[in-house]
Design a protein around this ligand. Structure first.
Ligand code: PRP
Length: 212
């Protein structure tokens, strides 16, 4: 029997792009396109089993070995620092992690800076490296309203097109790190299924080169 690769895909827009890339690279699974609420699909012939999981959970499935490989945003990898291998930058899902604030914001270094974010670890590391004292206010979404309501001085959040900031009268103050989708692997899987994982990674890389 063929060794199956268990692949965690991020549910949603990014995931559809990821699947179509895997399909083109030689890992199709036609049943995934059926319009239903199923979350697991497999194609024994192609040696793949796909799971749809919440984008922020992909790294957990891969780290714990429930999936051999997966695709996760660099933001999630930097935030949760899972013990996985990062194999390939897939070059899409591009955005940046940025510090944003109201237009009239001036950083008063004598005060503790109030930072609202969903990415507490990334924000903490960024300001620690600068030696800046901060008070992190962890939020789960709609981060942009925090400075408007005076809950925080700045936010650390994902900026893609910049529309959300613009429509809420905020501006980028600094870029923390560029983000894109990454192919990741469970460490033990990489050892025991190295041939399949390397082959898949190479096929994806080849596809990326052809598309460039
Ligand atoms: C992200 C991010 C910003 C927005 C940026 O939110 O938190 O709010 O996208 O995109 P833009 O620069 O193109 O406007 P997301 O839609 O992921 O939802 P969230 O509220 O759960 O963070």
């Amino acid at each position: 029997m063929k060794t199956m690769l268990n692949v965690a895909l991020p549910k949603g827009r990014l995931g559809e792009k990821v699947y179509s890339m895997f399909e083109k690279a030689g890992y199709p699974c036609p049943s995934i396109k059926e319009n239903n609420r199923k979350l697991i699909f497999e194609n024994e012939e192609a040696g793949v089993r796909y799971f749809w999981v919440k984008p922020s959970d992909v790294a957990i499935y891969v780290e714990r070995g429930a999936a051999d490989i997966g695709v996760a945003g660099k933001d999630i990898l930097l935030e949760y620092e899972p013990d996985i291998y990062e194999l390939l930058d897939l070059g899409f899902g591009k955005c940046r992690m940025a510090v944003a604030a109201k237009k009239d914001f001036h950083d008063d270094k004598s005060r503790t800076l109030k930072v609202a974010t969903k990415f507490s670890n990334i924000a903490g590391n960024y300001y620690r490296a600068k030696g800046r004292d901060i008070d992190i206010i962890h939020l789960n979404g709609s981060i942009e309203i925090a400075p408007i309501l005076g809950l925080s001085d700045v936010i650390v959040d994902i900026v893609e097109t910049g529309t959300t900031l613009k429509e809420n009268d905020l501006v980028v103050y600094d870029t923390v790190v560029p983000i894109s989708a990454r192919l990741i692997s469970n460490k033990a899987s990489y050892k025991f299924k190295s041939q399949q994982i390397d082959e898949l990674s190479k096929n994806l890389e080849k596809l990326l080169e052809e598309q460039a």
